[in-house]
Design a protein around this ligand. Structure first.
Ligand SMILES: [Zn+2]
Ligand SMILES: [Zn+2]
Length: 345
């Protein structure tokens, strides 16, 4: 079958055109895409190319859809089901999968990279995605627009779960993009007493989420501001949601002894090195941890959290575009003109 899709054809090139939709095998499903968020990684890949040397592909991995066709051997879904799809697919067999750390799978693959994604009229979800990926039913009271935020929310929830953010905590979020704002909302939902946020370019957007302290990193020293607000101690947890190495060093200086620093954002591929005061980590017994993706059950948790009203998708998606305006959407996301862009094919 043919469909319309935004096809990435190489760095800087994406064309909205007719594309092939694979036939529905006995263990596959096909769904009509309702909405698909533009992720920071989509913007980056659009500029620099997809992972695994994938040349041409339909990108998009924060999608919701309505099932239109179900393979004869599939029992979990029916035509008409409302679903949310998250991209990561594990192999189920490697060293990490066997230990339950599926997000660290040695053969990690993604919808929108290894399989066509959500910037299209339809998405074909094959057996591997249904069995080792993340396709979940959207809770009844949750709209398919709002459910599209479940993917980015999932990595945020998993990171805070691993960092143990909880009751009474003072949390510093470095980064005022959509992911920073998600960290703020999730920290609150987990019981943090105070959430501070340091940002540079999107402070106005961030302010709408009412952080207890909003630090303009362009004019104010983040570390000093956090120390001043914590009686000199520092935050319990600092989460770095920027691609800037220097902010990682700041986070180490902004937490208290035995505090936790979460490196949530990756650094640019060509300059992944960072420097920080190792003695602070050593003498202060500070934990510095990474965060990447999440297991499938966390995606279900994200859907439940949004349905419960603890995350507010309407505050993120401030630009909605059709498939034909997808390039305009990418531009707006790249320039930070919208906190989050939703494509509705
Ligand atoms: Zn994403
Ligand atoms: Zn694996």
């Amino acid at each position: 079958m043919k469909m319309r899709a935004a096809v990435f054809e190489g760095p800087g090139r994406m064309v909205v055109r007719e594309a092939d939709l694979a036939a529905c095998g006995p263990r596959d499903i096909i769904a009509r895409v309702h909405a698909c968020g533009i992720c920071g990684s989509d913007v980056r890949n659009f500029r620099t190319g997809l992972k695994a040397e994938v040349g041409a592909q339909v990108m998009g991995h924060e999608l919701t859809a309505v099932v239109t066709e179900v393979g004869t051997a599939v029992h979990r879904f029916r035509v008409g089901d409302r679903i949310a799809v998250a991209p990561d697919v594990s192999c189920g067999e490697c060293f990490y999968c066997k230990r339950g750390w599926v997000n660290l799978c040695l053969h990690h693959r993604m919808v929108g990279t290894h399989w066509p994604g959500g910037f299209a009229e339809y998405v074909h979800l094959p057996d591997a995605v249904l069995t080792h990926g993340m396709v979940h039913h959207v809770p009844e009271k949750l709209s398919l627009d709002d459910a599209a935020l479940s993917e980015p929310a999932s990595s945020v929830i998993a990171a805070q779960q691993n960092a143990g953010v909880g009751l009474g905590d003072t949390v510093l979020v470095v980064g005022d993009g959509p992911v920073g704002c998600l960290h703020l909302e999730v920290a609150r939902a987990r019981g943090a007493a105070r959430v501070m946020m340091a940002g540079l370019t999107r402070l106005k957007e961030a302010e709408r989420f009412s952080p207890d302290l909003l630090i303009d990193a362009g004019t104010t020293d983040t570390v000093e501001a956090v120390r001043a607000a914590t009686g000199g101690l520092g935050a319990d947890v600092a989460i770095v949601a920027t691609p800037v190495a220097a902010t990682q060093g700041q986070a180490v200086r902004a937490v208290r002894k035995r505090g936790t620093v979460v490196l949530f954002g990756g650094l640019p591929k060509h300059s992944p090195e960072s420097s920080f005061d190792a003695n602070l980590i050593h003498y202060g017994e500070i934990v510095v941890m990474g965060a990447f993706s999440y297991p499938a059950h966390v995606h279900e948790k994200a859907l439940a959290t949004i349905a419960a009203g603890q995350i507010h998708p309407g505050m993120y998606f401030n630009l909605v575009v059709g498939l034909d305006q997808v390039l305009e959407g990418f531009r707006a996301a790249a320039e930070g003109r919208a906190l989050k862009v939703l494509v509705k094919p």
